[in-house]
Design a protein around this ligand. Structure first.
Ligand code: ADP
Ligand code: MG
Length: 238
């Protein structure tokens, strides 16, 4: 098997909440391999968002290692880490996190603005391609508030893919969507996974969605239950 896109090794993370320390991660370990399509499943408060934030270099563990494309993220400077994050990882959030004053194409090209050496024309062209991939061509000049929830999430997917990342992380991407829209979003992610080989890792509660995923990883109290390696999903498609 190819080297993992990301390895999470014995991650610990606690948060201070008033007088108490909340243990969000207590020795979570996980490898994600190129081309995998993996769901992260666990009850509310089990550490899903914290784990995704570590994998995405949004936050750092108190203890343990995050290896991204073979590099130990903790050894990088803030600048190097930001650059690695911008180039290698795409993010999709439950609440879409689009910028309301920007239209669809401007939202989608945002991650490219901080990459030096990409001319405005190329940026626009790549944004339009990404918008076409999520079938929103007719909406490029609309602002997010004119779009439905499913359309907004498709904009967020286009924005996540614009840098051609090796890993796309999504934190409950369908939690705000109805079941028909959820199905469209999953079909889209699945198609991008299959045609582009993008590794997807997303948290979800949705049983219907979980059944469609090849690999399901369970988290409870800040620990991955079915730890390393590929655990086949018995009800999944392969
Ligand atoms: P999930 O995404 O599975 O609901 P989280 O990763 O958000 O779980 O949270 C795991 C635990 O850490 C929870 O007990 C939560 O309350 C706590 N937690 C998460 N973020 C913070 C924070 N910024 N400050 C304090 N506690 C936090
Ligand atoms: Mg969460």
């Amino acid at each position: 098997m190819a080297a993992p896109v990301v390895s999470l090794v014995d991650l610990h993370k606690s948060y201070r909440l008033g007088e108490t320390q909340v243990q969000a991660l207590q020795g979570a370990s996980l490898d994600l391999h190129p081309g995998e399509f993996t769901a992260l499943v666990g009850p509310s408060g089990s550490g899903k968002s914290t784990l995704l934030n570590m994998a995405g270099c949004i936050d750092q563990p108190d203890r343990g290692q995050v290896l991204l494309a073979g590099r130990d993220v903790s050894r990088l400077s803030d600048d190097e880490r930001s650059r690695l994050r911008n180039r290698k990882i795409g993010f999709i959030f439950q609440s879409f996190n689009l910028i309301p004053v920007l239209d669809v194409v401007e939202n989608v090209e945002l991650p490219l603005l901080i990459q030096p050496g990409i001319a405005a024309a190329e940026r626009r062209e790549r944004a339009m391609q990404a918008i076409a991939e999520v079938e929103l061509e007719g909406f490029a000049r609309q602002r997010p508030d004119r779009l439905s929830g499913g359309q907004r999430q498709r904009v967020a997917i286009a924005r996540a893919l614009i840098t051609r990342p090796v890993l796309v992380l999504a934190d409950e991407p369908t939690a705000n969507l109805d079941s028909a829209t959820t199905q469209r979003i999953v079909d889209l992610m699945r198609a991008l996974n299959e045609t582009r080989g993008v590794t997807f890792f997303f948290s979800t509660h949705d049983e219907n969605l979980i059944r469609q995923v090849a690999r399901v990883v369970h988290i409870s109290d800040g620990r991955i239950l079915d730890a390393q390696g590929v655990v086949p999903n018995p009800s999944g498609p392969r």
